[in-house]
Design a protein around this ligand. Structure first.
Ligand SMILES: Cc1cc2nc3c(=O)[nH]c(=O)nc-3n(C[C@H](O)[C@H](O)[C@H](O)COP(=O)(O)OP(=O)(O)OC[C@H]3O[C@@H](n4cnc5c(N)ncnc54)[C@H](O)[C@@H]3O)c2cc1C
Length: 469
């Protein structure tokens, strides 16, 4: 193998950057790492902007502190590795609400993404079906089976628990519907226990017991200064050469690795490397894989995506409830899917002048037409709906921002994990020096994507004949 190694990371989101840091830490010294990013900015769905003179997240807002086993999440480990641990802060107000019949009701505790482990605790928002969660003498889900979260919960707890709890909470993450989303990929801890337990209450409790949490321990964290500080620190630590505005348009296998076609069609640049971490969403990945790995391209290209828009308003001295925000079931007929009271939720964002930053997320899978409206229309609708939910007129905003995220959230349908495993097996057999990473494959969320990028880097090191340092 030629020395030093040349590794291309295609995609400058958090998965690609985590891969770059891991390569720097574990590949042989001197390895040449280059990150190719098609847009002008790194970070992908991590983007800290500014509103009313203050840093504010226009994309992802926070990260889970623990993984489904209860261990420290890969995001926290990366933050530590980058020397940013002293910037981690936790929500000052953790309680959120659900909009039920137009008004706010606290989200009941003790659920797993809305799936209750104690039916008595959720009756303030939904009436669980009586006696449907019976022990039929066998596990809820077969050993290799996958089902939609909605189908499983409907059959055991009835429709209202899905519509008023699970859908809004799962929809808060995926902008999709519980009836479409895979249990195995979107709720892996519950999928594991559902293969053993005979009731859904039992499966939820077993999943919770497998990852015990001290009462009151924070679940989420973010970074003072914004999540873009994580992006910048990762770039620095990786020592990678960064190529912005550099879309990779083609990947061609060579005798020794890969040839990348980069940049505009009228002036393409050809770059030879030994290995590639492909950390772009599934759709662009499928286009790049269509030539060298058609079976893998077909497997990953099936994934569909939801689009969302985030509307952030800076509102002078509103009277907001002591809540981190609220979620809206689709049955409520509102455009807003979720709202976050940034300046209530995060103590470090509170302002002496009382200006509040409120962010609403708009857009559910299958309702893309709603996002065709102009920014001003979206902002006005959000302002009107916020006033209605809060039960009093919200003061007129002094500033606002609309961030559109087209095709941003993967909709993993049942069977996704098996399709992905088959696609990866085919790729590994044919092209071990090309590895997939990121939200198109392993799940959404910063911790999952960090882990995915790191695993991809480890695979590349093995494929190039190295051993992790
Ligand atoms: C609105 C929103 C809010 C979210 N909030 C949270 C949250 O609070 N907490 C959380 O944990 N997760 C959150 N998520 C999910 C999380 O942000 C994502 O799962 C994660 O950031 C995805 O990282 P990634 O690196 O896999 O992909 P991306 O961030 O999509 O990065 C991929 C990069 O590849 C680039 N690219 C694409 N094609 C090419 C090409 N041909 N050549 C070169 N570059 C290319 C893209 O421009 C992009 O920069 C949120 C997601 C969205 C959309």
């Amino acid at each position: 193998m030629r020395q030093p190694w040349r590794v291309a990371v295609v995609g400058g989101g958090i998965a690609g950057l985590a891969a770059a840091v891991r390569l720097r830490d574990r590949a042989p010294a001197g390895t040449e790492i280059t990150v190719y990013e098609q847009s002008g900015a790194l970070g992908g769905k991590l983007r800290t902007g500014e509103l009313a003179g203050q840093p504010v997240e226009f994309g992802a807002e926070s990260f889970l502190l623990r993984d489904p086993t209860g261990a420290e999440s890969a995001a926290v480990a990366l933050v530590r590795r980058l020397g940013l641990a002293d910037r981690i802060v936790h929500p000052t107000v953790g309680q959120a609400a659900l909009v039920i019949d137009g008004g706010l009701r606290p989200i009941p505790g003790g659920t797993l993404v809305g799936v209750p482990g104690d039916l008595d605790r959720v009756t303030t928002v939904a009436r669980p079906a009586a006696d449907a969660d019976t022990d039929d003498g066998r596990p809820l889900v077969g050993p290799d089976a996958d089902v939609s979260v909605g189908a499983l919960v409907r059959s055991r707890f009835g429709d209202e628990v899905v519509e008023r709890l699970v859908d809004p909470m799962l929809g808060g993450v995926y902008a999709g519907r519980a009836d479409d989303l895979s249990l195995v990929t979107t709720m892996p801890a519950l999928a594991r226990t559902a293969r053993v337990e005979h009731t859904l209450v039992g499966a939820v409790r077993a999943a919770q017991a497998a990852a015990p949490r001290a009462p009151g321990a924070p679940v989420f964290g973010t970074l003072v200064g914004g999540l873009s500080t994580l992006v910048e620190a990762a770039v620095t630590a990786s020592g990678a050469t960064v190529r912005r505005d550099a879309a990779v348009r083609e990947l061609t296998p060579t005798d020794t690795g890969w040839r990348l076609t980069v940049g505009p069609t009228r002036a393409p640049e050809m770059i030879d490397v030994d290995a590639v971490v492909l950390a772009v969403p599934a759709r662009p990945a499928a286009r790049l894989l269509a030539g060298p790995a058609p079976a893998t391209a077909a497997g990953v290209g099936e994934l569909d995506y939801a689009s969302v828009a985030l509307v952030t308003l800076a509102v002078p001295q509103p009277r907001l409830p002591e809540l981190s925000g609220f979620l809206v079931p689709s049955t409520e007929g509102l455009l807003i899917k979720a709202a976050t009271f940034f300046t209530t939720k995060w103590g470090h964002l509170r302002r002496p002048d009382g200006l509040a930053l409120v962010r609403a997320s708009v857009g559910r899978y299958g309702e893309e037409a709603q996002l065709q409206r102009p920014d001003a229309d979206l902002a006005a609708t959000v302002h009107r709906e916020l006033s209605a939910v809060l039960g009093e007129p919200l003061p007129a905003p002094v500033d606002g921002h609309v961030q559109r995220w087209g095709g941003a959230l993967p909709q993993y349908t049942p069977g996704h994990a098996d399709r992905l495993a088959a696609a990866r097996t085919a790729l590994r057999a044919e092209h071990p020096t090309l590895v997939l990473a990121g939200a198109g494959y392993d799940g959404v969320g910063i911790p999952v994507c960090v882990r995915s990028g790191e695993t991809a880097a480890d695979e590349i090191i093995t494929a190039l004949g190295g051993s992790a340092r």
